[in-house]
Write a protein that binds this ligand. Structure first.
Ligand SMILES: *[C@@H]1O[C@H](CO)[C@@H](O)[C@H](O)[C@H]1NC(C)=O
Ligand SMILES: *[C@@H]1O[C@H](CO)[C@@H](O)[C@H](O)[C@H]1NC(C)=O
Ligand SMILES: *[C@@H]1O[C@H](CO)[C@@H](O)[C@H](O)[C@H]1NC(C)=O
Ligand SMILES: *[C@@H]1O[C@H](CO)[C@@H](O)[C@H](O)[C@H]1NC(C)=O
Ligand SMILES: *[C@@H]1O[C@H](CO)[C@@H](O)[C@H](O)[C@H]1NC(C)=O
Ligand SMILES: *[C@@H]1O[C@H](CO)[C@@H](O)[C@H](O)[C@H]1NC(C)=O
Ligand SMILES: *[C@@H]1O[C@H](CO)[C@@H](O)[C@H](O)[C@H]1NC(C)=O
Ligand SMILES: *[C@@H]1O[C@H](CO)[C@@H](O)[C@H](O)[C@H]1NC(C)=O
Ligand SMILES: *[C@@H]1O[C@H](CO)[C@@H](O)[C@H](O)[C@H]1NC(C)=O
Ligand SMILES: *[C@@H]1O[C@H](CO)[C@@H](O)[C@H](O)[C@H]1NC(C)=O
Ligand SMILES: *[C@@H]1O[C@H](CO)[C@@H](O)[C@H](O)[C@H]1NC(C)=O
Ligand SMILES: *[C@@H]1O[C@H](CO)[C@@H](O)[C@H](O)[C@H]1NC(C)=O
Length: 659
């Protein structure tokens, strides 16, 4: 087989070094110099290449060529041939043959996913452990510092045996670089990405990247470093006005055999040192009493301490710790918008050097009924500054800091945890939550594909399993079709009813009711409602909740319980559990709007219904229909205003008549 150009490039380098000692031999050496790909030779920027190495048929062997799985191997190299250091390199590989990546030596998936990971639509890779690429100039052409090499292996489907499975494209995705179309060859492809002259880089004060904005920012700050261990402080900061965590669990993955010796401000779910005793750590730390070690798992699960431990000298005494896993939006309670803990980490060879610190990778954080956060890879940033603890006007710098940015991803069908029902004064039926909005684990006795059946309003007070009699009768009276079997439940833990109460010349009103179908209580709950066409500008008053029009998020009203009433209790047994169905926890209020600030809205045409609804930060599933009126009597007259307050009071009673 012919040598690949990279091997040649390396040879070229080594022969060059060699020839320094033998100047007189110079001519012969130059003659032997291999021809480098044009791209690399002329590249003043970042040179990326993808090389396919081999593939072999995997079991099972099938006749259908498009269904055959193949194991493939390839390498990717990222080389800095420019004059600027590239911190935290990040690239995109446009896979296209239903690839499943099984390993990537020298890199991690930027999205923090685990292997094996389906990457058939392309994937982002970040360097690990070599995150930064030095310049040739700074390192006298030291290839190990200017180049990162990634060895990929995985499975790929459906190409004829004689074809070579190449990705569609490769590119560098760091800010400030642009890449032309890569050049394809038989088994390789390469591209030279150059600095974008139009990109206005912020004046960098240090060699690290500036901190990124995101929905949740986690900071991993090394505060003390010793030969074989270090202390890190982890700060979880919520920066989205609708972000939130309750009873958070945080996990990461140690990549270099580290283990957690102790922790303050948080704790691990499993106190387990077995992994050390039988692993490399046990071989190296022969004298260590591992019964004192907190956790040796590769992927520890960390959780916040309850408030009682805040003053515990062993476990607590960390500012901003110990909130039982609650992280609220800043607008709700600034003192609860961040969570902090400390961890003491022990390292194993070859990292027994004070400065050999690698943060853990693949960060994941989740709460009980909260947004889905997707975290990126840790990026080295400027050291975090904190006021010095002795109270003098001095600043303390962390030894090294990494930032992990986690963004909220919108739930997809079946992945919701809450849903919304719509109703209006001009239509007797309630539009329930979509069938299977929050998933359908069991479809044996119900139909997951049928539209949810319209319901009489009182049916909303019943658990889904106890609605069928009412739903059947309602269908019978109104001549609605009756599917067999009946549609499945929405399976949501929380449902929110939005009822348009009135619509008159100058204003309109709606009633919002929260139902909790889980057996757990929601303390300090909040909900947020985004309305269409600036309807929220007319927001006037919420009667028994605290509502504010958000400034940072468009057309959104932030709703929370009034002080002392911010508890949404869990589902409870009926008065007589044998005969009465379960009773959900409920909270309700009327919300009134003026029409003048949001001209041109038509409530009955649908402008009175929200376009997005959130509960505790998690987006809720909205029904696809809205209630339709039967023509003439949509607009009630102005005197409805006079009735509004009476109605508000009355409705509160109406909804509680069952409990
Ligand atoms: C071959 O497999 C593909 C993918 O699994 C499938 O879509 C296709 O229908 C199969 N073709 C035949 C002829 O079975
Ligand atoms: C790729 O994208 C398509 C369309 O967006 C989606 O249906 C499919 O699930 C994606 N595949 C992977 C592996 O993400
Ligand atoms: C911890 O100590 C602070 C200050 O002394 C006090 O305000 C707080 O109530 C204490 N917390 C607990 C849980 O004992
Ligand atoms: C803390 O959270 C746990 C669940 O993670 C819960 O069982 C417990 O009641 C909470 N404690 C307080 C004081 O809220
Ligand atoms: C309502 O919420 C806002 C924002 O959180 C807060 O500033 C205000 O004090 C609250 N009002 C009442 C009456 O609780
Ligand atoms: C520690 O590691 C750094 C970088 O890896 C290296 O520059 C330094 O020389 C090492 N120090 C010792 C004492 O080995
Ligand atoms: C956190 O982890 C524990 C133990 O694995 C689990 O029981 C709990 O449900 C998790 N909580 C969340 C919010 O994921
Ligand atoms: C998170 O979102 C911000 C913009 O809100 C974006 O700049 C950043 O790149 C995103 N980060 C990740 C890891 O997706
Ligand atoms: C409500 O549904 C549950 C589950 O199907 C059933 O066990 C219970 O008897 C029903 N209650 C009533 C009052 O119908
Ligand atoms: C808010 O609305 C403005 C103008 O309509 C738009 O430019 C902006 O992108 C919107 N912001 C968000 C977060 O949707
Ligand atoms: C609710 O009812 C179930 C049986 O239906 C029983 O096991 C449970 O203890 C009851 N809970 C309460 C709080 O009464
Ligand atoms: C109520 O709204 C539903 C859904 O839009 C519609 O199917 C139904 O016909 C309406 N009922 C009346 C009486 O207009």
């Amino acid at each position: 087989m012919k040598l690949s150009w990279k091997v040649m490039f390396f040879l070229f380098y080594s022969t060059n070094h060699f020839c320094l000692a033998q100047d007189y031999d110079d001519d012969t050496v130059t003659q032997e110099q291999p021809i480098l790909p044009k791209g690399l030779e002329n590249c003043n920027g970042i040179f990326l290449s993808y090389n396919f190495i081999s593939r072999t048929k995997e079991y099972p062997h099938v006749k259908n060529a498009t269904a055959q799985a193949w194991a493939f191997k390839s390498t990717v190299t990222v080389m800095n041939t420019g004059t600027y250091v590239l911190p935290a390199w990040k690239m995109f590989i446009g896979f296209q043959n239903r690839e499943i990546l099984v390993s990537a030596g020298g890199a991690v998936l930027t999205t923090g996913q685990d292997f094996p990971s389906p990457v058939g639509n392309g994937t982002y890779l970040s360097g690990y452990p070599q995150t930064d690429l030095e310049t040739s100039i700074n390192t006298a052409g030291d290839l190990s510092q200017i180049q990162a090499k990634v060895e990929l292996s995985g499975t790929q489907f459906g190409l004829m045996p004689n074809r070579i499975p190449m990705p569609k494209t490769i590119k560098l995705v760091n800010d400030g670089y642009k890449c032309p179309k890569p050049i394809h060859q038989q088994t390789s492809m390469y591209v030279c990405c150059v600095k974008d002259p139009k990109f206005k880089a912020k004046e960098l004060k240090s060699k690290f990247l500036p901190r990124q904005k995101g929905d949740l920012s986690i900071s991993y700050d090394v505060t003390q470093a010793y030969g074989n261990n270090y202390m890190a402080q982890v700060t979880i900061q919520n920066s989205n006005p609708l972000g939130r965590l309750d009873h958070w669990n945080l996990t990461w993955e140690w990549m270099r055999g580290e283990f957690i010796y102790s922790m303050k401000g948080a704790y691990v779910r499993d106190v387990d040192h077995g992994g050390c005793l039988y692993g490399l750590a046990g071989q190296y730390y022969k004298e260590m009493d591992f019964s004192q070690v907190l956790n040796c798992q590769k992927k520890p699960i960390i959780f916040d301490l309850p408030a009682e431990k805040a003053n515990d000298t062993q476990l607590g005494k960390i500012p901003f710790c110990c909130k039982n896993g609650t992280v609220l939006p800043e607008t709700m309670d600034g003192s609860k918008s961040k969570s902090v803990f400390q961890v003491q980490v022990f390292k194993i060879p070859p990292d027994l050097n004070r400065t050999a610190i690698y943060p853990p990778q693949k960060w994941k954080i989740e709460g009980v009924l909260n947004p889905d956060y997707k975290c990126g890879a840790p990026i080295r940033v400027d050291p975090t500054q904190t006021p010095d603890s002795n109270g003098l006007q001095a600043t303390k710098y962390a030894i090294a800091s990494w930032q992990i940015v986690c963004n909220i991803s919108r739930p997809t069908q079946g992945k919701f945890k809450c849903c919304v029902t719509f109703s209006a004064y001009y239509n007797k039926s309630v539009i329930p939550c979509d069938t299977c909005a929050c998933g359908c684990p069991n479809t044996a006795k119900c139909n997951p594909d049928k539209k949810a059946m319209l319901l009489p309003p009182e049916a909303l007070l019943l658990p889904f399993e106890n609605r069928s009699t009412k739903a059947r009768a309602w269908a019978y009276i109104n001549h609605f079709p009756l599917p067999k079997p009946l549609p499945c439940s929405d399976n949501c833990g929380v449902t929110i009813n939005w009822h348009v109460v009135s619509d008159y010349t100058n204003g309109w009103a709606a009633r919002i009711t929260l139902f909790n179908w889980k057996r757990v209580d929601f303390e300090d709950w909040f909900t947020a409602v985004q309305l269409k066409k600036h309807a929220s500008r007319g927001f006037e008053k919420l009667y028994s909740f605290n509502g504010t029009l958000l400034k940072k998020v468009n057309n959104t009203i932030f709703i929370q319980g009034l002080p002392g009433l911010n508890y949404l209790i869990g589902k409870m047994n009926g008065t007589n559990p044998k005969t009465d169905p379960d009773v959900p926890g409920k909270q309700q209020s009327v919300i009134s709007f003026k029409k003048k600030p949001s001209q041109g809205i038509d409530i009955a045409k649908g402008d009175g219904f929200p376009s997005r609804v959130f509960f505790n930060g998690k987006e809720c599933a909205l029904p696809t229909r809205i209630p339709i009126g039967n023509g003439g009597n949509r607009r009630s007259v102005n005197f409805v205003l006079l009735f509004l307050f009476t109605i508000a009071g009355f409705l509160l009673i109406e909804f509680s008549f069952v409990s």
